[in-house]
Design a protein around this ligand. Structure first.
Ligand SMILES: N[C@@H](CCC(=O)N[C@@H](CS)C(=O)NCC(=O)O)C(=O)O
Length: 222
């Protein structure tokens, strides 16, 4: 299978982590967002929104949207499951995943930042404030959830956990690590989020996360 990826794309980073955790053989195809390669007709024939990632599976079919791609990978390759079996625990994983995927990440996407600067003439300082604002708002809520000693309703959050939801990596960690990478890149003060940082550091002890990291991608110097 081929993953169309860009080293700094956090949506592609999520998929790279999952492919590595599950040890799924794949090829990386690089789409340079700074050169607008995602907007070419050739790429849009694969991903009509012009967004990275997409995954071409061995049958030739192209899967789009990182959440859908991750659901496919987790369903098709059951080794190293990323979603809990318990329905309520799975719903709670999904809830934090959606806080990142729906309520933080889209507001800070490249096309949104470009629109702020070009169409709305927002200056660099305010654009960076915008970026940090949405991360801080989302991380404040996620930190509160992760800090809560709560093993009811399948939530399993606790400040004693190794990973976000317990002793094993789940989809929450797969989404959280790339979002923290973005936060650090844009110099968000991470002091108010000790649980998030602890989880980020624990995940980055695992090869699958290290190998998926932007700075370890062959296209990071292109
Ligand atoms: N909801 C989409 C978001 C994908 C996305 O936003 N990709 C970004 C990189 S992280 C992108 O391709 N941006 C290009 C652009 O904004 O022009 C997903 O999860 O796959």
């Amino acid at each position: 299978m081929k993953l169309f990826s860009y080293f700094r794309s956090s949506a592609a980073y999520r998929v790279r982590i999952a492919l590595n955790l599950k040890k799924i053989e794949h090829e990386l195809v690089y789409v340079n967002l700074l050169k607008s390669e995602q907007l070419t007709d050739e790429y849009k024939a694969l991903q009509p929104q012009g967004l990275v990632p997409c995954l071409q599976i061995d049958s030739g079919e192209v899967l789009t949207q990182s959440g859908a791609i991750l659901a496919y990978i987790d369903g098709q390759y059951p080794q190293y499951p990323l979603m809990p079996n318990n329905l309520l625990a799975a719903v709670n994983v999904r809830s934090i995943v959606d806080m990142i995927a729906c309520d933080i990440h889209p507001l800070n996407n490249l096309r949104v930042l470009k629109y702020l600067s070009k169409a709305l003439t927002v200056d660099e300082r305010h654009k960076q404030e915008w970026y940090r604002h949405w991360i801080q708002e989302g991380f404040t809520a996620i930190e509160a959830l992760l800090n809560k000693e709560d093993k009811s309703c399948g939530r399993h959050t606790s400040s004693n956990n190794v990973y976000a939801m317990g002793e094993t990596v789940t989809m929450v960690d797969v989404y959280l690590v790339p979002q923290v990478y973005n936060a650090l890149r844009f110099e968000v003060d991470m002091q108010p989020y000790p649980n998030i940082m602890r989880i980020y550091e624990a995940c980055n002890m695992l090869d699958a996360f290290v190998q998926a990291a932007p700075q370890n991608q062959p296209d990071c110097t292109i």
